[in-house]
Design a protein around this ligand. Structure first.
Ligand code: PRT
Ligand code: ZN
Length: 286
């Protein structure tokens, strides 16, 4: 039988849809209408295992799955021997410490002797040790944010994204313990055949990620401005320049990183660019 790469993703939760979307952007579609535990991809030698996110590190460590997609927070907490090979840019959040809003917290040493509720005892213990804080950790499995109001703990250490859960529970965020996003992890000792399949998948993931971080830009300019405008564009290589029907004018095409986008647009305008068009890129291979 032909070797297939086994990918574990979250069965149902915040990461499921985005994980499947990433596969689909990589040209890999999964038919899992019946929501079974395992599904085969149509156009790539890949099998997808649907699991609870907490179980993914262990399954990747022991080889039941070759690779997995899950939050960095869970990877760190589980302390399994797996390799983090790509950050995927979605499910961004942070693990933070929070106390009651009326608490006049000044710094981390205020937590000495206090009880902190969390579902991330290992990450928290390490953070407290690094900061020389001696506090009691109360490990609970869910609804961490209600622990202070029911008298179970003085503080919480929980995942925060917008902050509204903390706010609704009368808590305020006081320290960021870690930042997290979805990552791709891999088993430490993949066979050469599986490593080759993984490299093919990574090639696609990187093309999708690079495309998302860049925009395609088209602009018109008088020919005597082309050199200065070209120098303003970082581009993949040198920009494409094509003559316009209008005498003495050209159209210039290039790629601009998303994070420098507005700055570059301002400079292009200031240096004579007109009719600037910007479009998303679907795939980008560098
Ligand atoms: O069933 P299973 O065990 O697979 O899922 P789960 O319930 O453990 O995980 P799930 O689906 O809730 O989250 C999966 C991953 O998404 C987490 O491990 C994080 O890496 C990431 N993520 C991103 C989040 C959030 N944002 C998030 N906001 N995980 C949880 N939350 C929760 C948080 O626990 C808190 O209750 O949302 C609340 C805070 O959100 P805000 O927006 O109010 O601050
Ligand atoms: Zn979970």
């Amino acid at each position: 039988m032909k070797t297939k790469l086994k990918l574990a993703i979250q069965k149902s939760g915040r990461l499921t849809e985005k994980s499947l979307q990433l596969l689909s952007e990589c040209g890999i579609s999964i038919s899992n209408g019946s929501r079974s535990l395992i599904a085969s991809a149509q156009s790539f030698p890949l099998e997808v295992l649907f699991l609870r996110d907490d179980d993914i590190p262990e399954y990747v460590e022991n080889g039941v799955a070759d690779i997995g997609i899950l939050g960095q927070n869970v990877v760190l907490e589980k302390e399994k021997s797996v390799q983090e090979i790509r950050q995927l840019g979605f499910a961004k959040c942070r693990l933070s410490l929070a106390v009651r809003r009326e608490n006049n917290y000044t710094n981390i040493s205020d937590l000495n002797g206090k009880k902190i509720a969390t579902t991330y005892p290992k990450i928290l213990a390490q953070y407290l040790a690094e900061n020389g804080v001696n506090a009691e950790i109360e490990t609970i499995s869910g609804s961490v944010e209600i622990a202070p109001s029911i008298g179970l703990a003085d503080a919480v250490c929980d995942i925060v994204s917008t902050g509204s859960t903390l706010l609704m529970n009368g808590l305020k965020e006081v320290e960021k313990v870690i930042s997290s996003e979805a990552v791709l992890i891999a088993n430490d000792s993949l066979s050469q055949e599986k490593q080759e399949l993984l490299n093919r998948l990574l090639f696609r993931i990187d093309a999708v990620k690079t495309a998302k971080n860049n925009k395609y830009i088209l602009l018109n300019a008088p020919n005597d401005k082309l050199e200065i405008l070209s120098n303003l564009l970082p581009g993949m290589d040198s920009p494409t320049i094509m003559p316009l029907a209008k005498e003495g004018w050209s159209s210039l095409h290039s790629v601009v990183p998303e994070n420098q986008f507005w700055e570059i647009i301002d400079e292009l305008k200031a240096n004579g660019a007109q009719g600037i068009l910007v479009t998303p890129i679907e795939k980008m291979i560098v």
